[in-house]
Design a protein around this ligand. Structure first.
Ligand code: FES
Ligand code: FE2
Length: 318
């Protein structure tokens, strides 16, 4: 019995960090309930493809190798280019044109390797990945990243940010963020909120602004005491498991040690929050018709926006 009715959403998802793979490297991955192979040609381009060779089903991520801009299957040596076309069967004069690998569009942006996934392989990317100007900017720190595999789905994780009330109970904050604005625009949504913080010198105000770009990519901008951005990416592994990666960058202080201690404090806080959220996420169910309080966050607006990312029917088994 499944706790969630969702098929996999479509959109851009993080599948790796650029440094995960050297040019010429090959890596087996599992996302969207599929076996995949990520490889880099010698020129440094990334290619993500279904892993099972259309000849007799060998896994290209387990022993496949890259040469001359193509991946070679470890079983009988068939070679495929980045688009998934069979280039060569080494023991035949002919090439089998029907033997194609599904290739997923890939971009490297904002310090991530992102792949477009739609259930229909013929549907080309419907939007571009937003370029985030602070990433790679001199004035901002490198990423401080952490990664978690959690028994839930991207929609449920993202709903968390439209739910300020849970911070009081799950995260023990003293105040709750006040939502000022929630707006959607195609694959993007934005929630602006302000939050008071109790400090030894009294109460001060800060902002938490959440920008979602598609179903698996969010920018959470904290400002007030310090400026920090958390880029959170979620990618489904199977129907009930996803990987979430948090990537913090902080606006640099003059003092590098201070920058690193502020960033570390943010990472520590987010780690604490994930540990606190995990038992809720891993045990809750999705209620299509929740009983809400008038002061709850924009949960239904969020769900309506998110529903655009499902191209397949909801599962009815639960
Ligand atoms: S299974 Fe890949 S070449 Fe035969
Ligand atoms: Fe949370």
């Amino acid at each position: 019995m499944s706790r969630f009715p969702f098929p996999h959403p479509y959109g851009w998802f993080q599948v790796a960090y650029p440094d995960d793979l050297e040019p010429g490297g090959v890596k087996a991955l599992q996302y969207w309930s599929a076996e995949l192979v990520l490889w880099r040609d010698e020129a440094g381009e990334y290619h993500l493809q279904d892993a099972f060779c259309p000849h007799l089903g060998a896994h290209l991520g387990k022993g496949g190798h890259v040469s001359d801009g193509a991946i070679t299957c470890p079983f009988h040596g068939w070679r495929f280019d980045g688009g998934g076309t069979c280039l060569e069967i080494p023991y035949s004069e002919k090439v089998n044109r029907k033997a194609r690998l599904r290739a997923y569009p890939v971009v490297v942006r904002n310090g991530f390797v992102l792949a477009w996934r739609h259930p229909d392989p013929d549907v080309a990317p419907m939007w571009e990945v937003e370029e985030i100007s602070e990433i790679g900017d001199e004035g901002w720190s490198e990423y401080y990243s952490s990664e978690y595999v959690i028994k839930t789905v991207p929609q449920e994780m993202m709903e968390n940010s439209a739910d300020p009330a849970h911070f009081l109970f799950v995260h023990g904050t003293e105040t709750v963020a006040e939502v000022e604005k929630y707006d959607t625009d195609g694959p993007c949504s934005v929630m602006l909120s302000k939050q008071s913080y109790v400090t030894p010198r009294g109460t001060t105000w800060g902002r938490i602004d959440v920008y979602n770009y598609g179903p698996g990519f969010s920018k959470v901008w904290f400002s007030g005491i310090v400026d920090a951005i958390n880029i959170a990416t979620t990618t489904p592994i199977d129907d009930e498991t996803c990987v979430v990666r948090f990537n913090f960058t902080v606006r640099k202080f003059k003092d590098a040690a201070l920058t690193s201690s502020v960033a570390s404090a943010f990472v520590k806080e987010i780690n604490k929050q994930v540990v606190e959220d995990t038992p809720i996420w891993e045990n809750k169910t999705f209620l299509p018709v929740p009983a809400l309080a008038d002061t709850d966050g924009p949960i239904l607006k969020f769900r309506k926006w998110y529903s655009q990312f499902y191209a397949e029917p909801m599962r009815t088994s639960n």
